[in-house]
Write a protein that binds this ligand. Structure first.
Ligand code: B12
Ligand code: SF4
Ligand code: SF4
Length: 362
């Protein structure tokens, strides 16, 4: 056994220091008991709030038991990396219905690979110090209750909008984990929440996706509808989506704690291809080749070209009836995909209905 393993508090401190050197803004250590979070997850699944995201229920109790997912795990190092690329004029863009609103986390390079590599570097750094040990790095896509772990590790509290919030940093960050088989001292879990009587996120949600505080019906969430849902977007929700074409940030924009959000230090999260200020019609006319070239290494790839067009068609249906908007829709009327054609028809119908409606008296 190496010297550092005999001084676990010092090792825990070193892990936090190395994590910060690697670009993580906050590093904490949790045990593997996620207590009541498992019950919340079970209730959420039983209510069907996960919709088509079958992977949320596909791993039995592994999601709420890190030591079942990776046998031998004793502690989970929880890490936060900020992603907000400076002042991205979010509210201004949302207020311009001809512009495409792309969720702020998705404007730059895909975080999965970048963050995972950093967590892996952290593991290697630990290994250099103490020799071989058991570990696994995770970011987002594994069956892990990331927010519950972060709360246990003292990174913040789960707010009414269901996101992990931190008093000094808001919520514009990614979470990741390093599962370890080391009996490190754990940090104090965040015992208090700081939402108080605020309910701004619940009130602002464009599709009223919150069943109540802390409970989200993902099937109504714009993030789910534009990224996860494979088929048609339910007609009754389309007009509520506005110009949000990939994800949604409304329940974060309105959160008072995001006044303390820090801009990211990662150049890779900076917006690419002008995606932070693009017009809906312009993006709708990208051919597949352009889409693939412009979204190389970006989270937008997750939607794929067909769903990208589906989402933009909804945005165009909600946009003002200008010539570029109508021409863009007409240009895709005969598009080979039935899914896209149906959304284009819906959009054109919105414009027809609006032009037929009697002008309102001032
Ligand atoms: C599935 C998923 C989604 C789904 C469902 C969201 C959800 N709330 O579950 C959809 C597609 C809608 C989604 C959207 C978004 N997501 Co997402 N998503 C996930 C994923 C993969 C799993 C989340 C999960 O475990 N859900 C299960 C349900 C049961 O959990 P929950 O709703 O959070 O409920 C918890 C608490 O609220 C509490 N609880 C539940 N009921 C009750 C009741 C009471 C009374 C109480 C007190 C508590 C309580 O316990 C539950 C378990 O901890 C995680 C990554 C991961 N592996 O963890 C990322 C993750 C949560 N997503 C993330 C992001 C960034 C987003 C978006 C902001 C992206 C965007 N801009 O469009 C939006 C935000 C929408 C929102 N308000 O949540 C980040 C969040 C970072 C942060 N600061 O918290 C994560 C952690 C990914 C990452 N690695 O960074 N996401
Ligand atoms: S991301 Fe948007 S649609 Fe989803 S819960 Fe938050 S405000 Fe509602
Ligand atoms: S908007 Fe208010 S209620 Fe919602 S998460 Fe932020 S502080 Fe909590």
């Amino acid at each position: 056994m190496s010297a550092s393993l005999t001084d676990l508090p010092a090792l825990a401190q070193s892990i936090k220091d190395w994590g910060r050197e690697l670009g993580f803004a906050h590093v904490g250590i949790a045990g593997v008991d996620l207590a009541e979070h498992e019950k919340h997850l079970e209730r959420w699944l039983a209510a069907g709030y996960h919709g088509e995201m079958d992977y949320m229920g596909a791993h039995g109790s592994k999601r709420s038991h890190p030591d079942e997912l990776v046998p031998g795990t004793l502690r989970v190092v929880s890490l936060r990396m900020d992603y907000l690329p400076g002042d991205t004029q979010m509210a201004q863009l949302l207020a311009q219905p001809e512009k495409a609103y792309i969720s702020r986390y998705a404007l730059g390079r895909d975080y999965h690979k970048l963050v995972r590599k950093r967590v892996q570097h952290l593991a290697e750094r630990i290994q250099k110090e103490i020799g071989p040990f058991g570990f696994r790095a995770f970011v987002d896509s594994a069956p892990v209750l990331e927010k519950a772990i972060a709360e246990q590790a003292g990174l913040g509290w789960i707010g009414k909008n269901t996101l992990l919030l931190n008093r000094k940093a808001g919520s514009y960050f990614f979470l990741s984990e390093l599962f370890v088989d080391l009996p490190l001292p754990v940090d104090e879990a965040q015992a208090t929440e700081h939402c108080g009587r605020c309910s701004a996120c619940l009130d602002i949600c464009p599709t009223q996706a919150f069943v109540g505080p802390y409970v989200l019906d993902a099937r109504r969430c714009i993030s789910y509808l534009t990224i996860e849902l494979k088929n048609a977007i339910p007609v009754e929700l389309r007009s509520m989506i506005g110009n949000r074409v990939f994800g949604c940030d409304d329940c974060q924009i309105v959160c008072p704690w995001n006044r303390f959000a820090k801009p990211t230090a990662e150049a890779d999260f900076k917006p690419r291809h002008g995606l932070d200020n693009a017009g809906l019609a312009e993006l709708f006319l990208w051919d597949e080749e352009r889409f693939l070239a412009s979204t190389e290494g970006s989270p937008l790839r997750r939607a794929g070209y067909e769903r990208w067009l589906r989402n933009l068609a909804v945005g165009l249906g909600n946009a003002p009836s200008t010539i570029p908007v109508l021409e863009a829709l007409e240009a895709r009327r005969e598009y080979p995909s039935a899914l896209v054609r149906e959304h284009v028809e819906w959009a054109l119908q919105q414009h027809a209905l609006r032009s037929a409606a009697p002008a309102s008296r001032g």
